[in-house]
Design a protein around this ligand. Structure first.
Ligand code: BES
Ligand code: MN
Ligand code: ZN
Length: 486
């Protein structure tokens, strides 16, 4: 998508759609009341999310005019600008027109930049495997012009947002890729390519992880012909290159069949998204490098495939994690926590981070608890939780803090080992989080269970088209920018 910031009187090109963003209650007076009748006849009030096609007024060069509701003027903020522009794009994307011009009321540089960002997010599409899509079904809009009197400042404000949109697209692509294409080594290869942005990327294979004693992670990948990988992404953007880093760890189960505790066939294809945590961490590292964030950060990805096979791990097996703690496998489908156990331990041992946040599509139970719009936040630290919640709020990626009640910890005690990998159905996301907590060694830690939020179908907001959401990239990027840079 080509993005431009233009003055109100810039000539409108051929094949342009004009989107006029209007406020609720003030809609009827737009353009001297020219559209009042059309609005009344369509119950268009300017409420958030409404769109209405109207006839282009005489003398207008626009091939099409769309009104976009933005809700009450008093509530209109940068987020409002973002979603209104995304709605405008959604309304005209397959119109056959090639340019979208967005006119926002009071479009200062910040709002104009966020409008452009909204269009970038809304225009995300994963279509590389389609060979026969009819031309009229394909998006035709390739250029967006956002009207603002502060074009130069908008270009500057948009630079970091463009880096964020690129990173979210990267993350969404990883989640969207089919599992025969994106297996652990291929995932590792794609993040290795981020070295072009200035990241340092190390990849460990099974032999190296064996030496480190990562029996918990390796047990999960044991039934797969694909080699398990650990990816370590480093961004050293702080002035003090030796400053203690912040750390992010992602569950990267490239496909989760459940293993020997195999999942039912219905919807199993969805388990290609079980690397959503690793994709979010990759997206975060992408944007930190892309906008040259003044912070030292590491991202650790535990990349495996959970398959049933003659060599696969069995229920009843006992594995020894890198921490030395032993784990009795009760259910091979509770594999994410096994991957994270070694990944978080490695992260702390090697990097001694200021804090550590892990992201994982960890449990079906979090979807039962919070649905698919809200992620579960678990943490041993109120300050880190507060920072995550504030960022989540600001970016429209909702989180809800869940408890870690000490008395539930015994639910994962094992008869024969230090712990077992499931704690039963009650509070399933909590005992999963408490399993990870047993591998947290005194650092401030938070765990985000994004099983519900990593994928969205159908789409409910225009900035998140149906499919992979990239959930987590925005909120983590915001938290870093607001609290840990400079
Ligand atoms: N990857 C799944 C969790 C999941 C479910 C993600 C639905 C996205 C959508 C995870 O590995 C899993 O299978 N969890 C089990 C744990 C159980 C066996 C203790 C679950 O939630 O049922
Ligand atoms: Mn599973
Ligand atoms: Zn899983």
């Amino acid at each position: 998508m080509d993005i431009q910031f233009v003055a109100a009187d810039a000539a409108l090109g051929e094949k342009s759609a004009l989107a006029i963003v209007v406020f609720e209650g003030e809609a009827a007076s737009v353009q001297g009341g020219a559209f009042a009748k059309a609005m009344a006849g369509a119950r268009f009030t300017g409420a958030k999310g409404q769109t209405l096609d109207v006839l282009a007024p005489a003398g207008s060069d626009a091939a099409r005019v769309v009104l976009v509701g933005a809700g009450k003027a008093a509530d209109f903020d940068v987020m409002g600008a973002e979603t209104a522009a995304a709605s405008a794009y959604a309304a005209v994307k397959t119109s056959g027109l090639t340019t979208l011009r967005v006119v926002l009321p009071g479009a200062d540089a910040a709002k104009a930049a966020r409008a452009a960002f909204g269009v970038r997010l809304a225009a995300y599409r994963f279509d590389k495997y389609r060979t026969k899509e009819a031309a009229e079904k394909k998006p035709s809009v390739v250029k967006t012009e956002v009207v603002t009197a502060e074009a130069d400042a908008a270009v500057t404000a948009f630079a970091d947002l463009a880096a964020l949109a690129d990173a979210i697209s990267f993350s969404r692509d990883l989640v969207s890729e089919p599992p025969n294409v994106l297996y652990p080594a291929e995932f590792a290869k794609r993040v290795k390519q981020l070295e072009e942005l200035g990241l340092e990327v190390e990849i460990l294979g099974e032999a190296e992880m064996m030496k480190l004693g990562m029996g918990s992670l390796l047990g999960v990948g044991q039934g797969s012909i694909r080699e398990s990988q650990l990816a370590i992404l480093k961004w050293n953007g702080a002035d003090d290159k030796k400053a203690q880093p912040i750390a992010f760890v992602g569950k990267g189960v490239c496909f989760d069949t459940g293993g020997i505790s195999i999942k039912p066939a219905d919807n199993m294809e969805h388990m290609k998204t079980d690397m959503g945590g690793a994709a979010a961490v990759s997206g975060l590292m992408h944007v930190l490098a892309g906008r040259k964030a003044k912070v030292n950060a590491v991202g650790i990805l535990g990349l495996v495939e959970n398959m049933p096979d003659g060599n696969a791990q069995r229920p009843g097996d006992v594995v020894t994690s890198m921490s030395g703690q032993t784990i009795e496998i009760i259910n091979t489908d509770a594999e994410g926590r096994l991957v994270l156990a070694d990944a978080v331990w490695y992260c702390q041992q090697r990097f001694k981070p200021k804090f550590m946040v892990d992201l994982a599509t960890l449990t079906g139970a979090i979807i039962i608890a919070l649905g698919d719009d809200v992620g579960g936040l678990f943490s041993n630290n109120d300050e880190l939780s507060g920072n995550l919640l504030a960022a989540s709020n600001a970016e429209g990626e909702p989180l809800w803090r869940m408890p870690l009640p000490a008395q539930y910890d015994k639910n994962i005690d094992s008869m024969i080992a230090d712990m077992k990998n499931t704690g039963g159905r009650p509070g399933g996301s909590i005992t999963a989080a408490m399993f990870i907590q047993r591998f947290v060694n005194g650092v401030p830690w938070a765990h985000l269970d994004i099983a519900g939020t990593a994928w969205k179908k159908p789409s409910t907001v225009p900035t998140i088209p149906e499919g992979a959401t990239g959930f987590g990239v925005r909120l983590l990027n915001r938290m870093v920018a607001d609290k840990y840079e400079g």
